[in-house]
Ligand binder design. Structure first.
Ligand code: CU
Length: 109
Protein backbone atom coordinates (compact mmCIF):
# COMPACT_ATOMS: atom_id res chain seq x y z
CA UNK A 1 0.00 0.00 0.00
CA UNK A 2 2.76 2.39 0.99
CA UNK A 3 4.59 1.52 -2.20
CA UNK A 4 1.50 2.25 -4.30
CA UNK A 5 1.18 5.67 -2.71
CA UNK A 6 4.82 6.45 -3.39
CA UNK A 7 4.38 5.46 -6.99
CA UNK A 8 1.28 7.62 -7.35
CA UNK A 9 3.18 10.51 -5.77
CA UNK A 10 6.09 10.26 -8.15
CA UNK A 11 3.81 10.15 -11.18
CA UNK A 12 2.09 13.33 -9.98
CA UNK A 13 5.44 15.04 -9.51
CA UNK A 14 6.60 14.04 -12.97
CA UNK A 15 3.51 15.42 -14.68
CA UNK A 16 3.66 18.66 -12.70
CA UNK A 17 7.20 19.47 -13.93
CA UNK A 18 7.29 22.25 -16.50
CA UNK A 19 8.78 21.42 -19.89
CA UNK A 20 12.47 22.27 -19.71
CA UNK A 21 13.56 25.32 -21.68
CA UNK A 22 15.88 24.54 -24.56
CA UNK A 23 19.31 25.92 -25.32
CA UNK A 24 20.13 26.92 -28.88
CA UNK A 25 23.82 27.16 -29.64
CA UNK A 26 24.77 29.62 -32.36
CA UNK A 27 28.34 29.75 -33.54
CA UNK A 28 30.07 32.76 -35.00
CA UNK A 29 32.69 31.61 -37.44
CA UNK A 30 33.94 32.82 -40.83
CA UNK A 31 31.98 36.06 -40.31
CA UNK A 32 28.73 34.05 -40.19
CA UNK A 33 26.14 33.01 -37.67
CA UNK A 34 25.79 29.23 -37.84
CA UNK A 35 22.97 28.36 -38.26
CA UNK A 36 21.57 31.50 -39.93
CA UNK A 37 17.97 30.79 -38.96
CA UNK A 38 16.42 29.35 -35.81
CA UNK A 39 13.04 28.86 -34.20
CA UNK A 40 12.82 28.94 -30.41
CA UNK A 41 10.25 29.25 -27.65
CA UNK A 42 9.76 31.88 -24.97
CA UNK A 43 12.02 30.86 -22.06
CA UNK A 44 14.61 29.23 -24.31
CA UNK A 45 18.19 30.44 -24.20
CA UNK A 46 20.37 31.49 -27.13
CA UNK A 47 24.04 30.70 -26.55
CA UNK A 48 26.41 32.63 -28.81
CA UNK A 49 29.92 31.25 -29.28
CA UNK A 50 32.83 32.88 -31.05
CA UNK A 51 34.81 30.04 -32.68
CA UNK A 52 37.02 32.17 -34.90
CA UNK A 53 40.59 30.99 -35.04
CA UNK A 54 41.99 34.46 -35.66
CA UNK A 55 41.53 37.51 -33.50
CA UNK A 56 38.15 38.23 -35.05
CA UNK A 57 35.67 39.84 -32.69
CA UNK A 58 31.89 39.78 -32.90
CA UNK A 59 28.98 41.23 -31.03
CA UNK A 60 25.24 40.68 -30.99
CA UNK A 61 22.42 43.20 -31.29
CA UNK A 62 19.09 43.73 -33.04
CA UNK A 63 17.17 46.72 -34.34
CA UNK A 64 13.84 45.15 -33.36
CA UNK A 65 12.33 47.26 -30.52
CA UNK A 66 10.66 44.26 -28.82
CA UNK A 67 14.00 42.46 -28.53
CA UNK A 68 16.36 45.24 -27.42
CA UNK A 69 17.58 42.97 -24.60
CA UNK A 70 19.14 40.69 -27.23
CA UNK A 71 22.55 42.24 -26.91
CA UNK A 72 26.04 40.93 -26.21
CA UNK A 73 29.03 43.22 -26.08
CA UNK A 74 32.30 42.37 -27.84
CA UNK A 75 33.11 38.66 -27.91
CA UNK A 76 36.64 37.48 -28.57
CA UNK A 77 37.44 33.98 -29.90
CA UNK A 78 36.67 31.40 -27.24
CA UNK A 79 34.16 33.58 -25.44
CA UNK A 80 30.44 32.91 -25.25
CA UNK A 81 27.37 34.73 -24.05
CA UNK A 82 23.74 33.87 -23.52
CA UNK A 83 20.34 35.47 -23.73
CA UNK A 84 17.01 34.09 -22.51
CA UNK A 85 14.07 34.89 -24.79
CA UNK A 86 11.31 36.75 -22.94
CA UNK A 87 8.62 37.27 -25.57
CA UNK A 88 7.27 35.86 -28.84
CA UNK A 89 7.98 37.47 -32.20
CA UNK A 90 10.73 37.49 -34.77
CA UNK A 91 13.87 39.53 -35.22
CA UNK A 92 17.20 39.63 -37.00
CA UNK A 93 20.41 39.41 -35.00
CA UNK A 94 23.23 41.56 -36.35
CA UNK A 95 26.94 42.10 -35.66
CA UNK A 96 28.22 45.64 -35.86
CA UNK A 97 31.72 44.52 -36.89
CA UNK A 98 30.42 42.53 -39.87
CA UNK A 99 27.29 44.09 -41.43
CA UNK A 100 26.67 41.01 -43.57
CA UNK A 101 26.24 38.75 -40.53
CA UNK A 102 22.57 37.94 -40.04
CA UNK A 103 20.64 35.47 -37.91
CA UNK A 104 16.87 35.22 -38.23
CA UNK A 105 15.13 34.20 -35.03
CA UNK A 106 11.47 33.28 -34.63
CA UNK A 107 10.17 32.94 -31.07
CA UNK A 108 6.90 31.16 -30.39
CA UNK A 109 4.85 30.92 -27.16
CU1 CU B 1 30.83 39.65 -36.45
Amino acid sequence: MKRALLLAGSILCATALPIAAAEHVIDQKGKKFIPSKITAKVGDTLVFMNSESKRRRHNVYTKSPAFKYVKIKVQRPGESGQITLKNPGSFTVLCSFHPRMKLNVTVTE
